[in-house]
Design a protein around this ligand. Structure first.
Ligand SMILES: [Mn+2]
Length: 356
């Protein structure tokens, strides 16, 4: 009898203690919850007021972020970070090897519909991070609309995944004078810079498509040759100094060599001249691995008015003497037309006539 009384007393005290702890626990939880709600409200208000009243801060830091503000503004219920971080390198969106084929025609309207994030002129910048580089892609062009369609169809999704702040410039040679690839590239450099503060330039033939999106269309500490294993050459470099097809130079690297030659009319040689310019300034060529640098060329006949340039060997032999006089510093041309599409900016230019 006595024993059970004692037991009952112990049980009673234990229960009281338990109820007390439960009370403390619930009170503490309620207090913390109230605090966190308050904090979250204040945070959201703070963020919204920044988006609304503080656009200048973003603008001063980085002109690319200004465009970003408009996307944030249209969606201001979603509290975004105040200043964006740099995009990760490499981009986490890359998928690796790609299937590239040219047997069936491609539809650019589908591409336009599927990528509303593209802006007029073939421009894009990632919305959630600051791109590592501002890249102008320059394509020398004349009468190759079929190739351009494939290029746009394949390249835009790749460039989007590479999270670049980029623009696509088609530099169209007017008239029927012999084609001048390198001069068109110079024009592209000059025209793109008038539009935006690009820090990297990718120079690409219209008929070359990378087969792996890890081959990032950006610049490196040395000039980059991107089309290192073309199907046309059995997926190998034709020779060690080869710099044709697709290459990239930072603004600084480009200016250091006075840009490209203006006097290579017709097919061939200008890429070797560019190589000579780079090596004479002590630069070397950086390249992706043969596997990542695979690319396909759209098969085609030699264009009319782009016959092999007979003067090319003589010119290449004298690059070192001519490069200071002939280049971006001596460039002259006139712009005849600028067309803005969602997928590209097309600039038609008069590059003049060959002198001899
Ligand atoms: Mn070609």
């Amino acid at each position: 009898m006595r024993d059970s009384n004692v037991n009952f007393g112990v049980l009673h005290r234990t229960c009281k203690l338990l109820v007390f702890f439960c009370f403390v626990y619930i009170t503490a939880t309620l207090v913390y919850y109230a605090k966190s709600v308050n904090f979250r409200l204040a945070f959201v208000q703070n963020q919204q007021s920044h988006v609304k009243t503080d656009p200048i801060k973003l603008e001063v830091k980085y002109s690319g972020a200004l465009e970003l503000k408009t996307t944030l503004g249209s969606n201001s219920s979603e509290p975004g970070p105040k200043t964006l971080e740099q995009c990760p390198d490499p981009s986490p969106l890359l998928v690796g090897p790609l299937r590239i084929e040219f047997s069936s025609p491609v539809n650019l309207d589908t591409l336009r519909r599927e990528h509303p994030e593209l802006r007029e002129g073939g421009r894009y910048a990632p919305p959630n991070c600051v791109a590592l580089q501002r890249v102008a892609i320059i394509i020398p062009f004349r009468n190759r609309d079929e190739h351009l369609k494939f290029w746009l169809y394949y390249l835009h999704p790749i460039l989007l995944r590479q999270q670049l702040d980029y623009g696509v410039y088609i530099i169209n040679q007017d008239g029927d004078e012999t084609f001048n690839r390198a001069k068109l590239l110079n024009v592209g450099f000059a025209e793109a810079l008038k539009e935006y503060n690009y820090d990297c330039f990718v120079f690409s033939d219209v008929d070359l498509i990378p087969m792996d999106d890890r081959n990032t269309y950006r610049c490196f500490s040395q000039p980059r040759h991107l089309s290192v294993s073309m199907d046309k050459f059995g997926f190998r470099l034709p020779y060690n100094q080869y710099f044709g097809g697709v290459s990239s130079l930072s603004k600084e690297q480009f200016l250091k060599i006075n840009g490209f030659p203006n006097n290579y009319w017709g097919w061939g040689g200008e890429d070797d001249d560019i190589y000579n310019r780079l090596s004479s300034k002590g630069m070397s060529i950086s390249r992706p691995s043969g596997a990542i640098g695979k690319c396909r060329m759209i098969r085609h006949e030699r264009d009319k008015k782009n016959d092999p340039n007979p003067q090319r060997f003589d010119r290449i032999a004298h690059t070192r003497e001519t490069m200071l006089k002939d280049g971006i510093s001596s460039l002259s041309y006139s712009v005849l037309k600028v067309e803005k599409d969602l997928l590209y900016t097309k600039i038609t230019v008069d590059v003049g006539k060959r002198t001899k």
